[in-house]
Design a protein around this ligand. Sequence first.
Ligand SMILES: C[S@@+](CC[C@H](N)C(=O)[O-])C[C@H]1O[C@@H](n2cnc3c(N)ncnc32)[C@H](O)[C@@H]1O
Length: 253
Amino acid sequence: MVDNMPKESAKTHRHPRVAVVWSVLSAEIERFAAGRGATMRILDVGGGSGGFAVPLAELGHDVTVVEPSADALASLRRRAADAGVTDRVTAVQADADELPDVAEPGSADLVLCHSVLEMVDYPDIALDALAKVCAPGGAVSVLVANRIAAVLAKALSGQFTTALDLLHHVDGVAEGRDTIKRRFETATLTALVGGSGLVTEQVHGVGVVGDLIQNPETAGGEALREFELATASRVPFRDMATNIHLLARKPMR
Ligand SMILES: C[S@@+](CC[C@H](N)C(=O)[O-])C[C@H]1O[C@@H](n2cnc3c(N)ncnc32)[C@H](O)[C@@H]1O
């Protein structure tokens, strides 16, 4: 894995929670630089306040954030200004369903959709839209909540009824008690992504144990980061992580 973190945000992005995702994105950036150039056109769908968008702009890329929340976009603009990258960050208020209206087909070299497919009405339609805006040969980075991790977390805290609800529910949620519409599993996510014509290249677990241990910082931040990086692609660790990260490519034709 490549260790190419944004300078100003290096500390934040070495955090065990996001280290695996940054490692995959950094490798994709290097791949692009080797073949096509230094500046990527990046589209961050549901990009929130720019936790990924701003560091990517800091690395010199042109990032468009498509985000329905006005508050999140206001924070994004402040964050971009603080980082001195206002000219490389474009904020668009829209949700994933409106993507075809706000982004040209094939206009992004890298499309991010992190922690959003859990919330949309139709993840298959959202993925079709992500695939459409991605340029041929470009990549789509998807991060989603993992049902298996949620079941384990509830069981380990003694909440077996909720654990079984999550295990058996068709969408992996506790009906009426969950803030999200669905959770995924590695196989279902990969199938869904494939249905949009994208080819899955990498699957990683994000947060294999980070959310299960008390006080992960005091437990040893750097050691935990190393552990997460080492286990992220190893089954069965990968498939029990809090989140699943998938990098898929749009075929050239
Ligand atoms: C958990 S946050 C993740 C933010 C960012 N992607 C990140 O990883 O830091 C989820 C974001 O998805 C946005 N969102 C919710 N529903 C959405 C939809 N239907 N289409 C696009 N974004 C949506 C929310 O406003 C929020 O900013």
